[in-house]
Design a binder for this molecule. Structure first.
Ligand SMILES: Cc1ncc(C[n+]2csc(CCOP(=O)(O)OP(=O)(O)O)c2C)c(N)n1
Ligand code: SF4
Length: 293
């Protein structure tokens, strides 16, 4: 996609649905939008068929606001709850086979670089803990070791939510679930540690308690992946169905889990840090130049 493919052909404005006109005129394309501006612009995701009160949906909605260039982004998802919302967003979405996301994203990113040498295209994998830490594990690890330049976002609800409650590698030890009735026998996988071992350029762990932080983390992750190397964001996105969390308690649960095992954490390589500082500096100089004209 690009802004050109979104724009309405001259003369057709009055025939297009109001929703579409709104998206083109007041969407987040071609400019920076902030979480604090929510409600003043047309979001790329507004309706979805996920469960009411699902924290994963809240995370996805805010994460999409953090994308630095949504008109040049492709999202790669797979089977699991998250794709139900992601596939409704006004951002190209590719449904990778369950387990293949990071293999498909590797090929896609390389292909886009060849096809569009003068336009950066961001590739973001967003998939569940089962999709990334279990069946997709080898594709994830190899994409990191190969230093593929895209972002991997794990929507970690610590269960297979979409298929009714099986344990995943990211479920906590001892957890009893509908389809793990004896309790999980093994520890939660240390995907952050594995990302560190693989030399991932930016790693972040967070719970959905602070929307501005979510958007900032996604923005950094996508920018760093453009220039430096693979980035990984691991987000706690509770499943209120399989963990029986009443909807009004979803944020209480997020805060409790944040305290227990999901405290905000960032690991950033020196190269990535220098790159972020450089683009921040360039942005300031540009703003100064505009103010001076
Ligand atoms: C190759 C393959 N194996 C199994 C499935 C069945 N399947 C669909 S969703 C899912 C579990 C999803 O769990 P997770 O990735 O943790 O995402 P969540 O639904 O919890 O967000 C499974 C096993 C599938 N679609 N394809
Ligand atoms: S099953 Fe769980 S993760 Fe899936 S949409 Fe419902 S609450 Fe969200």
């Amino acid at each position: 996609m690009s802004l050109e493919t979104l724009r309405i052909a001259p003369g057709f404005e009055s025939y297009m649905p109001k929703e579409y006109v709104d998206l083109v005129e007041r969407g987040p394309y071609g400019r920076d939008v902030k979480v604090s501006e929510l409600g003043t612009f047309k979001e790329v995701l507004e309706e979805h068929p996920m469960c009411a009160g699902c924290a994963m949906t809240l995370f996805i909605r805010v994460a999409l606001i953090g994308l630095p260039c949504p008109e040049h982004t492709v999202i790669l998802g797979t089977a699991g709850c998250g794709r139900l919302a992601l596939s409704q967003a006004s951002i190209p979405f590719i449904y990778g086979n369950y387990g293949d996301t990071n293999g498909v994203a590797s090929g896609l990113k390389r292909g886009l670089e060849i096809r569009f040498p003068n336009q950066t295209k961001d590739v973001v994998v967003m998939a569940g803990d089962g999709g990334l830490s279990d069946i997709g594990f080898s594709c994830v690890m190899h994409s990191w070791f190969r230093k593929e330049k895209f972002t991997t976002v794990m929507l970690d609800n610590e269960v297979y939510g979409n298929t009714g409650g099986q344990e995943s590698g990211m479920t906590n030890k001892g957890m009893v679930l509908k389809m793990a009735p004896f309790g999980k026998k093994f520890e939660k996988m240390d995907m952050i540690g594995l990302a560190k071992t693989a030399g991932v350029a930016y790693i972040a762990r967070l719970a959905p308690t602070n929307p501005t932080r979510i958007a900032n983390v996604i923005r950094k992750a996508v920018l760093i992946a453009r220039e430096v190397g693979p980035t990984y964001v691991q987000a706690y996105t509770s499943c209120n169905i399989e963990y029986a969390i009443p909807t009004p308690k979803v944020m209480d649960d997020a805060r409790a889990v944040e305290k227990d095992r999901y405290g905000f954490m960032e690991i950033i390589s020196d190269e990535a840090k220098a790159y972020l500082e450089r683009i921040e500096q360039e942005k300031k100089s540009k703003a100064k130049a505009v103010a001076g004209t």
